[in-house]
Design a binder for this molecule. Structure first.
Ligand code: PLP
Length: 370
């Protein structure tokens, strides 16, 4: 078996050891945060401590944090929990945004992958109903960072609310609610070193959110159901560690840039999506012209290197990338795009392994073509 080089951090990051330790401690305890006895009160204290840690990551008050089962649920709650509004979403949002409101208006992006702010303003101006705009902070496939603060200003100037899916950005970039100007922010634990299946929606105190999941009055009536306390404690711990270690991403960016430089040396014609606009420090979306993404993903996997196709979907199947399509990338080209994503424990040897395996495949496909 070759060594494993895990380069799929945008799909999920490894659990941070601090989060694992806090979760294992929590799993050994008993107590429902809604119970009034001592064990219940201890559980409540732990829940609220984790809420404060998550709130601190994005600069909000703890009461604004609603825990959910992940980013997907938080996006659904944001887009469906605010009553009858016209929803406008960017063309490059995650499926959990697109599918929350299938009849939402689409805000286009430019060929460089950045939302078209003029188009957003035109859409808002034409809208008679109160609107809700949803724009992600960083794209999961390309890493391209969106002008969220400007978009939020435009939305507010037209009396619309603004939601930001910050799932991919949180823990990699500073995310500050006031600086972004967002009324709602989506977070997911497993992208920043917490466990899978936990997330949060940050909701401005001025907003009344209607729960989608009803039952008990947990989360101040905004999300019913006994809280996933070990998961939430892992999330809080990971958020605290991630917030204190944003500086690690300077080294991650150097490794990403090194990977990009070496892959482009092998294949100068390989397109890199998002290389001329601000991008997440850990993400590299590039194509091997004429070679399907699935072929690349499988060849790399055989060599111990784990990456995703540009448009891997949750069922593990490959499908066309709506993100690259929205950028105007021709379908045949988009089909050869893979996403390489690094993280805090990526080492130069992982990049060597990637470059070696990708180079071997490239040489083989070129030899066949000759
Ligand atoms: N939003 C973005 C941008 C994502 O990349 C993802 C996951 O890939 C999600 C939302 C969904 O988060 P979760 O996996 O916690 O449901």
């Amino acid at each position: 078996m070759p060594c494993a080089a895990y380069l799929d951090w945008n799909a999920t990051a490894p659990l941070r050891p601090e989060a694992a330790a806090a979760m294992s401690d929590a799993l050994a305890r008993c107590g429902n945060p809604s119970s009034v006895h001592r064990f219940g009160r201890e559980a409540r204290r732990a829940l609220e401590a984790a809420r404060a840690q998550v709130a601190a990551l994005v600069g909000v008050a703890p009461a604004e944090v609603v825990f959910t089962s992940g980013g997907t649920e938080a996006n659904q709650l944001a887009l469906r929990g605010l009553g009858d509004r016209r929803v406008l979403v960017s063309a490059i949002e995650h499926d959990s945004v697109h599918q929350a409101v299938p009849d939402a208006a689409t805000i286009p992006v430019t060929p460089r992958g950045v939302v078209d702010l003029d188009a957003l303003d035109r859409l808002l101006a034409a809208e008679a109903r109160p609107a809700l705009v949803s724009l992600m902070l960083a794209n999961n496939e390309t890493g391209i960072i969106q002008p969220v603060a400007e978009a939020a200003r435009l939305a507010h100037a037209r009396s619309a609310l603004f939601h930001c899916d910050a799932v991919q950005a949180a823990g990699k970039l500073p995310v500050d609610r006031a600086a972004l100007g967002a009324d709602l922010i989506t977070l997911s634990a497993h992208k920043l070193g917490g466990p899978q299946g936990v997330g949060a929606l940050v909701v401005s105190p001025a907003l009344h959110l209607t729960a989608l999941q009803t039952g008990g009055g947990q989360e101040r009536g905004r999300r019913a159901g006994t809280e996933n306390l070990p998961g939430i404690i892992g999330f809080g711990t990971a958020a605290a560690v991630a917030g204190g270690r944003l500086g690690d991403y300077a080294a991650v960016a150097l490794l990403r840039d090194e990977a990009e430089r070496r892959l482009k040396t092998i294949a100068p014609e390989a397109p890199v999506y998002g290389d001329d606009v601000p991008r997440l420090p850990n993400t590299l979306c590039l194509g091997m012209p004429g070679v399907a993404a699935s072929t690349q993903v499988m060849a790399l996997d055989l060599a111990g290197v784990m990456v995703s196709a540009g448009a891997a979907c949750s069922s593990g199947k490959l499908r066309r990338s709506l993100v690259l399509e929205a950028m105007g990338v021709p379908a045949a080209e988009a089909e050869s795009a893979i996403r390489i994503s690094l993280g805090w424990s990526t080492v130069p040897a992982d990049i060597d392994q990637l470059v070696e395996a990708w180079g071997v495949l490239y040489a083989r496909t070129r030899a066949h073509a000759a």
